[in-house]
Design a protein around this ligand. Structure first.
Ligand SMILES: Cc1ncc(COP(=O)(O)O)c(C=O)c1O
Length: 472
């Protein structure tokens, strides 16, 4: 275990790495000005938002990202968990370069998607078949569409506060707030103005870990319910797995009413060689995948048992028509296969060990600086949630987060201490180029940042938009 017990020097007057990015002639500043002219808000993805503007990346190799001012940082965000071998892995890059030289997309199938599908089917005990798409959002969308086709029903249920990408039905209620979330026995389905009003009745919002309330709501909508969508390790709820008895109760309820259980493993698949549901003993009917299975390229997938997946089979009437110009394209498929085959059980065991070091080390840092919070996560994923014990549901996480702004500030101050952290605060993912030395440096930076935030009245130098709760 890393020794982070020594006192950290007080904040010094030494130049801080964000000073350069905030300078009058900083490259990030002028890129942002150009971006604002041609993209609303200057981006194509809200996760990139930072005040006063984002740090722009120039390159990434292994676990190091260099920004456009020339500042290097160890990357603990990994493109929001999608890069598990770090940046530009030499052998994956070489394999991709070979593919690119032979044509990147065809109107004919290739062997490449078969190989990746075979690897996934061999590894994940609860699936027989896979279909690929281009984002995790599509993976979730396809799972929901498959569930509707398989059951002949239309409604879906999801857990309040959980992020499942940008398909309307999955995104409803992902950013509920006290002013609109309603009674805890009957959480409101909250919508953005861009969503169809009819979703208020088509989407049933469930409170995590409340067997009684969820049971009653599933009973009420049971005859119309196509699926319950569940993330086995929801990032927006602090990377805390739902209680085992709760998951068992939901599984039993879905079976009883004839709805399917969809596991969204777009993010959490990276915690186990055989997937997050295997780790937690869950038997879903369908799984949504994404992120790491694309080896750094855009990807999504839906997978499941053959009797459900047949809704995609043109020979059986093609109940879900599934197009997509770049589905299963050889670049993504080869990058995904080359990445996945390097992720052996030993690699996952090492992630468990290093992840435990991060979580234990962070817990010790928090204790030393008198910050009441819990280090959470599994395997290569870690997070910190405020409070003296892990919160049970979204409302508890939201309330705790809104009263503990210093955790966000600590993560931002870590940018000044050589760590790349994102808008989510103390949330991150490990990659294989990291070892004990990187974890030591991370914990030292966290310790220094906690000291600085607790001891200094100055605000940190860069702040993300407040309330950024989504992973993508
Ligand atoms: C759990 C979960 N589901 C779905 C998605 C959507 O994936 P994508 O951003 O690839 O569309 C994300 C993205 O972060 C996610 O974390």
């Amino acid at each position: 275990m890393n020794d982070v017990s020594r006192p950290v020097a007080a904040a010094t007057d030494a130049p801080r790495s964000t000073d350069r990015y905030l300078g009058e002639d900083a490259a990030s500043r002028s890129l942002y000005e150009r971006a604002l002219d041609v993209m609303p808000g200057g981006n194509s993805r809200h996760t990139l938002v930072m005040d006063p503007y984002p740090i722009y990346a120039a390159s990434g190799h292994g676990c190091i990202v260099t920004d456009v001012e020339g500042q290097e940082r160890i990357d603990f965000v990994n493109n929001y968990t999608s890069l598990i071998l770090g940046h530009s892995h030499p052998e994956v890059t070489e394999a991709v370069a070979r593919v690119i030289g032979n044509g990147t997309a065809f109107s004919l199938p290739t062997e490449t998607d078969i190989r990746l599908a075979e690897l996934l089917v061999e590894r994940i005990p609860y699936i027989d078949q896979v279909r690929f798409a281009n984002s995790g959002s599509e993976g979730v969308l396809l799972a929901i569409r498959a569930a509707r086709a398989a059951t002949g029903r239309s409604k879906i249920a999801k857990f309040e506060g959980c992020y499942h990408g940008i398909y309307d039905y999955a995104q409803a209620s992902d950013s509920s707030r006290p002013k609109n979330w309603g009674e805890s026995e009957r959480p409101a389905t909250t919508l953005e103005p861009s969503m169809a009003k009819s979703l208020e009745t088509e989407v049933v919002t469930l409170p995590l870990n409340d067997i009684e309330v969820c049971g009653a709501l599933i009973d009420e909508h049971g005859d119309d319910l196509a699926a319950v969508v569940m993330d086995p390790l929801p990032a927006a709820l602090g990377l805390i797995p739902p209680r085992a008895d709760f998951v068992a109760a939901i599984r039993a309820k879905t079976k009883e009413c004839g709805a399917l259980l969809i596991a969204d493993e777009v993010l959490s698949f990276r915690i186990d060689y055989r997937g997050a549901c295997h780790r937690f003993g869950i038997e879903p009917d369908l799984v949504s995948l994404g992120k790491i299975i694309g080896g750094g390229f855009p990807v999504g997938a839906v997978a499941g048992k053959a009797d459900v997946m047949r809704v995609f089979d043109h020979r059986d009437g093609e109940l879900v028509h599934h197009g997509g110009t770049y589905n299963g394209n050889p670049v993504t498929m080869v990058a995904g296969y080359e990445t996945m085959k390097r992720l052996t059980p030993d690699v996952f065991a090492e992630f468990d060990r290093l992840g435990d070091r991060v979580r234990d080390g962070l817990q010790e840092v928090l204790r030393r600086h008198g910050i009441e919070a819990v280090a959470t996560g599994r395997g290569s994923l870690f997070s910190v949630v405020p409070g003296d014990q892990p919160p049970k549901d979204f409302r508890a996480v939201f309330t705790a987060r809104s009263t503990a702004p210093q955790l966000q500030k600590i993560a931002l101050e870590m940018l000044n201490r050589g760590m790349l952290m994102g808008a989510r605060g103390l949330f991150g993912a490990l990659s294989t180029p990291m070892g004990d030395a990187e974890i030591d440096r991370f914990l030292e930076a966290a310790d220094g940042a906690a000291h600085w935030v607790r001891g200094s009245s100055d605000p940190p130098r860069a702040t993300p938009r407040s309330g950024g709760a989504r992973t993508k």
